[in-house]
Design a protein around this ligand. Sequence first.
Ligand code: HEC
Ligand code: HEC
Ligand code: HEC
Ligand code: HEC
Length: 459
Amino acid sequence: MLRLVTCICVLTPLEILAKANKKVTGVLFLTGLTVAASCILVSKPARKADVVTVFLTGNELGALKPCGCSGGQLGGLDRRSAVFNSVPAKRRLIVDTGSFVEGDSEQDLIKFDIVVQAFSLLGYDVVNLTEEDIKIAGSLRLTDSIGSLFNIITSERPTDANLPTKFTKKFSLKSKTIAVTVATFNAESAPIEQLGKLFTPPAFGGQTVNILILNRCGPGIINSITKKEIVDCLVCPAESDEPGIISDPNKKPLVVSVGRFGRYICKLQIKPAKDKGKPELSFSVVPVEEDLRQEKSLLSLYEDYQQLVKGANLLEEIPRFFLPNGLEYTGSESCKACHEYEYGKWSRNAHAHAYATLERVGSQFDPECVTCHVVGMEHESGFVSEQKTGHLKNVGCENCHGPGSEHIKTGGIVGFTGPKSACIDCHTPETSGDYAENEELNFEKIIHWTEPNAPRDVK
Ligand code: HEC
Ligand code: HEC
Ligand code: HEC
Ligand code: HEC
């Protein structure tokens, strides 16, 4: 019945009458009328002052900000406040489900600290720490101090800290009081029976909404939690970048996942029940788009990050592989003498200023960016820094043709054998959104060789 009402409510009362008319019988006509009448009440948008909004994010996995390589990229911690601030603090709850970074490299540790500071600046109410988060927080000795920035919950039991498993915030709306509890539970190590204890009703009465964050979500686990009828919204780990509703929309609890890399912010809106019943939940997703305002304090936090990355000298320390057969990179300048025509063409192309592009945005010390904007970063004899290997900055001849040492030594007799990149190795769907659709056009733009029948320009 509930579903029927929500369905019909999309139509105007007149349309409903028309529909009922088609079905002819007077009884139906009457039902149509009553439905139409009740619809006017139900479909009237709930007063904003009477709705609690829970913002759910998670699985940042180190994506502080999209690279900005091409237009239309989603995400960025600096754009989140524009979404959060659409709801006044007294009617919102901001929750992160954890997994701040992807691994535990030195760069991940720097990012972890930045994510913690970002969550504090963004006014997060409660953050769930996953097993990996707890480990990294421990190694950075942050376990105690994080709790002073925002509330934390975790289902992990680190030996050096006694951390809560749940957090409750009470909202006094115009007509009702609602308590939203966010809890986390390790369904593998603890019996489901203990769920009841986790969600004890708050002392002040009022309506309750229970949100549970799980670290693993099989159908078996979801089923046994559903049977308990305690949980209203279950948040499962993300299997794709996009968030979504996993459960049958007609069944309770609502089972959702929040996506990855911060490209979307999930919104769980809670409308209190009129009388005794359960509050009504609705789930929607906001893409974090480029036109959302960037928050200044978060932009400067990102600059701090770039400075930390620079200070840590990460480019010097990344693992580098030897090229096969003793080959070495020689730099685009070294090709100029014999391939003046090709060199000239290339130097007027975007590839030839790819490093300056990174300098413009301050990311020239970040290995995650530099790798596609220079020659051979992952190899011995490849790019290390502007000072040490200035001849290898930019996307050069050797990115596409391979290391040049043998070719040059033999005056061009020996061709290229070493590793080289295809266009799509760098022009990925993420960095170069519409590249695949315009492959031919892009290829034409970089033509720097003479036509097959034209005299070769090799000196
Ligand atoms: C996987 C390879 C790759 C990585 C990693 C990468 N880039 Fe790029 N970047 C590209 C490509 C390819 C383009 C050109 C895209 C296009 O024009 O379609 C580009 C273009 C850019 C541009 C120029 C946009 C414009 O037209 O003004 C900027 C700025 C940029 N990248 C910054 C970054 C930053 C910052 C990072 C690290 C966070 C990064 N890139 C990491 C491949 C990469
Ligand atoms: C090593 C990584 C890398 C490879 C390989 C690569 N590119 Fe690029 N490409 C870039 C980067 C980085 C930029 C952005 C340069 C800038 O604007 O600073 C770019 C820019 C371009 C642009 C300019 C985009 C514009 O709209 O102005 C074109 C066109 C292009 N690449 C085509 C190609 C083609 C075709 C290939 C293969 C034959 C290729 N690229 C291979 C990294 C790469
Ligand atoms: C973005 C990738 C890319 C870059 C950068 C690039 N080339 Fe090329 N180059 C190609 C492709 C693709 C072709 C044409 C197809 C082929 O022969 O593999 C080509 C063709 C050539 C040819 C003609 C080859 C033949 O068999 O006729 C020469 C010579 C050449 N490039 C030299 C250079 C030099 C010198 C530079 C640097 C100044 C350079 N290229 C930079 C991708 C690149
Ligand atoms: C000492 C002169 C000389 C230098 C320096 C030189 N080349 Fe060549 N290159 C040649 C000659 C000669 C040929 C053969 C021309 C032919 O077959 O028409 C050649 C052919 C090529 C070809 C096409 C054949 C193949 O093996 O794919 C490419 C691509 C090329 N060179 C790229 C480069 C690049 C990139 C560099 C710099 C790393 C470079 N060359 C430096 C002389 C040179």
